[in-house]
Design a protein around this ligand. Sequence first.
Ligand code: OOG
Ligand code: NI
Length: 463
Amino acid sequence: MSTISQWRLRAAFAARLSRMYAQEVPAYSTLVDVSREVNEDVLRARGPDAERLGSISRVSAERHGAIRVGTPRELQQVARVFAALGMHPVGFYDLREAAASAVPVVSTAFRPVDGAELARNPFRVFTSMLTPGDLRFFGPDLRRRLEAFLAARELFPPELLTLADRAAAERELPRQEAERFLQLAVQAFELSPEPVDKAWYETLERISAVAADVGGVRSTHINHLTPRVLDIDELYRRMTERGIEMIDTIQGPPAWKGPDVLLRQTSFRALAEPRALRTPDGSVVSGALRVRFGEVEARGIALTRQGRALYDDLLGRVDEQVARNPSRARADLARAVWERHMPGSEQELAAGKLAYFTYRPHPARPRDGSPPPTATGELVRQGWITAEPLVYEDFLPRSAAGIFRSNLGGEGTRDNDQPGTAYDAARLSGAIDHDVLDPYALYEEQQNRSLAHVARELGLPHP
Ligand code: OOG
Ligand code: NI
């Protein structure tokens, strides 16, 4: 009997989710079309160089989604569903701490972790969990009601979880089970037609629109799906030309002449969608809620901890410049800061140990018996090996908070004199019974594997 392997399940899930979302959120469809056009144009204009951070087939299929759940138990179930697809929790994001735009959630991202799996299909899902215990946002009474509401709902049917556990253990499913699994999994992330309890939703909305989106309804849903584009500035222009109103910035690094690093993202605001609402007297009326939106992203080179520290430092400098020059555009100020402080080439990023690369023996390396140098930088410079950038597979907390913010409307309320609850990757791992992996360790491992291979091939001492 034929079986479907884990990566094909993942690719099929991403594709079906994308079809479902395109039907329900037409502006997403436009975003995907325009992304495809831009990618084709970039490929034509830049040739093979356009594929330096991922083949065009990977980039065209590439999506990330975002979901939000309410409890550790729900997040643990999410972890089981994604484990079936070869996706594991990577990175810890505390969006309650994001200065100007705190939201009452902590997050991780489920994604494939090894190079070959990422190359096959890199689908990832940014997953946030509400923190009802955080007194800065929720008083004791609301917390009790919210936790009771969340405890009484079921996001994932047992049949789905059983199939998921089997796929995770066997790393494949028989065709029929695969079909059933995919149906149930996609269904679990559709927007439910069930009427929303209007009073309860509004109570939560006064605290935070995210709290209402997560804890105000009895199901979860994908709230955006993000295609990857090779030129996000061009995409932004074309979307605007088509009359789709984008948020006013591209988040992350500025457009500049040096290498693309990390992640640049932009989005259009959540659209008001018709929803059935149940009023306190029990009748159902039609209303509208804004929960689903569209986002697009461009991915660059993964930075090391030092590189990331530099990035965070530059963000701070840009903020200072913006505060000092309120009449000037942030993008221009940011570009000036980057041109002054950010290394302008991949070689400099590598030499400064600021970014991650895959190193490979150069096919045309000297073979006359002359001894290679031992330093990695020299090996590259003298043509013994090549350095290909590793693409950044993760997210940025400040951009993420900005995305939440710009799409939810309403500031919510927050009492900063109350204590927060401590949360970190270790605590989250314990709560969901899955290790939340350290993204730096994953990039480092990939780079080290390539260096070990280089050392073997060139007969160098092991690095
Ligand atoms: C998640 C926002 C974060 C991103 O791309 O940074 C995110 C959400 O709105 O639930 O998706
Ligand atoms: Ni996103």
